[in-house]
Write a protein that binds this ligand. Sequence first.
Ligand SMILES: *Cc1c(COP(=O)(O)O)cnc(C)c1O
Length: 343
Amino acid sequence: MIVDLRSDTVTRPTPEMYAAMASAPLGDDVLGDEPTVKQLEELAAAKVGKESAMFVPSGTMGNQIAMAVHCDRGDAVLIEEEAHMVYYEVGGPGILANVVTWTLRSDKGVMDPADIESHVLKRSIHTPGTTLLCLENTHNRGGGTIVPLPMMEEYRGVADRHEMKIHLDGARVFNAAVGLGVDVREITKRVDSVNFCLSKGLRSPVGSVLCGSHGFIDEARIWRKRLGGGMRQAGILAACGIVSLNQMVDRLSEDHRRARALAQAISEIRGLTIDWERVQTNIVLVGTDSSASDWTQALHQEGVWCFPVAPNRFRLVLHADIDDEAIDRATAAFKRVASAHRS
Ligand SMILES: *Cc1c(COP(=O)(O)O)cnc(C)c1O
């Protein structure tokens, strides 16, 4: 059996989700009468402590809409240099919001507030105005790292001093909350808008939710329609999202536990290294002495699927379809590849 560690997006819907899909009351969400989508949106807004929410087909769409709503054309946006919104969203900020992105270095996904502050520009005849700070928590390319609460508080201070808004790419914000052992609102109360994924660790087949103030979501709905993201009987999908929010948040701690177990096993294999400071939630970045893609190809032959993310680094993502036995199978495969490597 395959051990699929490529991403937490690969999870299949649970039996509860299929049951919810079958019985969900449906309407036409573009015409504004989809009861199950409305229910999901109300639940999501309450969970993250925002006034309003909007179901979107993907996290990418939610993030790009947020940027387009918060910013005017030509505004400057401060964002971490490997953030999903600039690294994996195919140039969306330039094409959709028409903003200039100022990318900043970070320590494992955590930017320095002073560095942020020193890059804020005031709108003038010469310079764009910096109107938005984008955060990512947990940070994907950082290795599923958590941006600590005191840091979120500092970012809020910088943003308030300069009248900037904050958008949080919270694709895995529930992993951050569970990792910190706090209610997710402790994280989201510091930001103006947040997008989180239902389709990752929370196990839904499709979808994200963008949350913010009433005014923000009203404008976001116009952008979603413009981008072709209006979905009709979307309650079929939203029904799964409701199951996600009600039943799948607490179990994320199991993924975090298994990430540590897998990292421990891998740390004992020659030629591979683990940076323990980055093993905080459900992602494990593995450093390699030799080519990372040689490793991932050899692992593929052994039934373990994962992706290289740098010449000497590959990524493993834990999720609900990986149980303890799958961890054992993966560990055995790692050992076989390592011994083949040496001979
Ligand atoms: C997965 C992810 C997204 C959005 O992904 P979609 O595939 O578009 O749903 C956004 N940000 C981060 C950090 C992610 O990991």
